[in-house]
Design a protein around this ligand. Structure first.
Ligand code: NAD
Length: 260
């Protein structure tokens, strides 16, 4: 389905981003992965993508809080992969604190990585997409782009912001065969979430099952985690011809969280 296309997926050395990069590669897209991690682990992921799917896979270490590194990443992808047809803005971090104690540098980092990085990637990638007359821009937003939770001021602000950016970009590009959409997951089973469980068990004197059902999944009516493969399948659908009239949408994949 995506043979001859090239994709950049930010924050794809683990979790949702890696699953999206692999899903796009499985359909024939060449991919640039990005994010932090051990060199050996990243080399292994790149080799796995090349071997499993027979596509070109390259890595950029660009820091999504640095506009000049972001511009260089898109230029390198255009040079090394030939084009950037699919752009997935997925990199994200979290910090949890009451607003009066929220460290200013954490606010700045979350706004930079979770929101401003998408502005920088999109502005750099759009001229190439316009020239080719085809493009797919996808943001991994969050249920927190639609509803808030206490103590997550920066994350909720950034995710609401990216939903607005997504809609604006959709309108600007509507007649260029370039779509722009958000995917908004609820809790997704990633290493990030899994690592929180032992500490929460100890802090609250709960079993693993209680932490999962009563703490993590308290807001999620299905009481199930979303899987990274489910998020990746939705991203892949948004890249298909069947999704060409879906633009400016914010699609929840949250077990019913935002229906409440
Ligand atoms: P993760 O921690 O597994 O992955 C985050 C990725 O971003 C990693 O590859 C990391 O190296 C990269 N990253 C972090 N800071 C970066 C920076 N400055 N520059 C470049 N890359 C950077 O987390 P995940 O759960 O897969 O999250 C991916 C996205 O999904 C995020 O935007 C997150 O907000 C969103 N999301 C996650 C969940 C969830 O429950 N896991 C739910 C809703 C939305």
């Amino acid at each position: 389905m995506l043979k001859g296309k090239s994709a950049v997926v930010t924050g794809s050395t683990s979790g949702i981003g890696l699953a999206i990069a692999r899903a796009l590669a499985k359909e024939g897209a060449n991919v640039m992965i990005n994010g932090f991690g051990e060199k050996d682990a990243i080399d292994k992921e790149l080799a796995g993508i090349k071997q499993d799917f027979g596509v070109t896979a390259v890595y950029s270490a660009a820091d999504m809080s640095k506009p000049d590194e972001i511009a260089a990443m898109i230029a390198t992808a255009q040079a090394d992969l030939g084009s950037v047809d699919i752009l997935v803005n997925n990199a994200g971090i979290q910090y949890v604190s009451p607003i009066e104690d929220f460290p200013v540098e954490k606010w700045d980092a979350i706004i930079a990585i979770n929101l401003s990085s998408a502005f920088h990637t999109i502005r750099a990638a759009v001229p190439g997409m316009k020239a080719k007359g085809w493009g797919r821009i996808i943001q991994t937003a969050s249920a927190h782009s639609l509803v808030a939770s206490p103590f997550k001021s920066a994350y909720v602000a950034a995710k609401h912001g990216i939903a607005g950016l997504t809609k604006t970009v959709a309108l600007e590009l509507a007649q260029h065969k370039i779509t722009s959409n958000c995917i908004s997951p609820g809790y997704v089973w990633t290493p990030l979430v899994e690592k929180q469980i032992p500490d929460t068990m100890a802090a609250r004197h709960l079993t693993k099952e209680q932490v999962i059902h009563d703490v993590l999944l308290a807001a999620q009516p299905t009481k199930q985690f979303v899987t990274v493969e489910q998020v990746a399948a939705l991203a892949l659908f948004l890249c298909s011809d069947a999704a060409s009239e879906i633009t400016g949408a914010n699609i929840p994949i949250d077990g019913g969280w935002t229906a409440e």
